[in-house]
Write a protein that binds this ligand. Structure first.
Ligand SMILES: NC(=O)c1ccc[n+]([C@@H]2O[C@H](COP(=O)([O-])OP(=O)(O)OC[C@H]3O[C@@H](n4cnc5c(N)ncnc54)[C@H](OP(=O)(O)O)[C@@H]3O)[C@@H](O)[C@H]2O)c1
Length: 229
């Protein structure tokens, strides 16, 4: 079975991606919360799949290289991300740094560890979970939206660099998804949002594209904030 590494797999969208890809892949599940990863691995095993938990901070470049370097991965899903959504003048340096480190710089650490093997084997998918905030702006998004804009520039450049080596680079950009990322009070108790499983389905679709076909960007939105699901 091919192997898929999923970062931010302890909850939310990453967890749903890990569960969905477990139908067709052995999962390497990455996040800091080892206990949540252990429960995910148990759940995947109970449905006949395989999942190896790797408790790891993706902002720690040395730890990422030690844990993931040399792994023969067919799919890498860079999903881990954080959002501190507040006006620029209220953002602390630590909050700014954390968003840049997790949402952007960790892309370097994780992709750098896994990509050489894909290029050598001339096979692989690097999927990055972006956001609609990656091509739009909103109040409270100075840093978060900027990191997601950066994701698009990184992904398109990398795509151009490695496509001829047989490696596909894609970005799946969701709209609002019901996860812990935005607490219910910020969502106004709404029930129109995407579910994490909806985003997972898009990632599975990208990875399942026929060889020779590259789905580089996918935008997934809830149909309408005015229409409860
Ligand atoms: N929810 C939305 O509305 C929405 C919309 C568009 C895009 N997105 C994007 O979707 C991705 C997932 O978001 P989500 O909604 O699923 O958020 P979430 O429920 O808060 O989950 C975030 C995941 O990232 C992991 N993570 C955070 N910092 C980490 C670190 N330093 N090292 C390793 N893992 C780390 C967390 O695991 P640990 O805490 O265990 O480390 C967790 O598994 C993010 O990139 C986000 O920007 C979300």
């Amino acid at each position: 079975m091919p192997t898929a590494i999923v970062t931010g797999a302890s909850r939310g969208i990453g967890r749903a991606i890990a569960r969905r890809l477990a139908d067709t892949h052995e999962i390497v599940a990455v996040a800091r919360d080892g206990e949540a990863l252990r429960l995910l691995a148990e759940e995947i095993a109970s449905t006949g799949g395989a999942c190896r938990p790797v408790a790891l901070d993706v902002t720690d470049g040395d730890a990422v290289a030690r844990a993931l370097g040399g792994l023969e991965a067919d799919v890498l899903v860079n999903n881990a991300g954080v959002g501190v959504l507040k006006p620029f003048l209220e953002l602390s340096p630590e909050e700014w740094r954390r968003m840049v480190d997790v949402n952007f710089t960790a892309l370097f650490h994780v992709t750098r560890a896994v990509l050489p093997g894909m290029v050598a084997r001339e096979l692989g998918d690097v999927v990055i979970v972006g956001s609609i905030a990656g091509r739009s702006a909103f109040v409270g998004g100075t840093c978060y939206a900027a990191t997601k804009h950066a994701v698009l520039g990184f992904a398109e450049s990398l795509m151009l660099e490695v496509r001829d080596a047989g490696v596909r680079v894609s970005v799946v950009s969701p709209g609002s998804v019901a996860t812990d990322f935005s607490p219910p009070k910020d969502r106004g108790g709404v029930d129109w949002q995407l579910r994490p499983e909806d985003v997972a389905e898009s990632v599975a679709h990208v990875v399942a594209a026929p060889r020779g076909v590259l789905v580089h960007r996918v935008e997934v939105r809830a149909l309408s904030p005015k229409r409860p699901r």
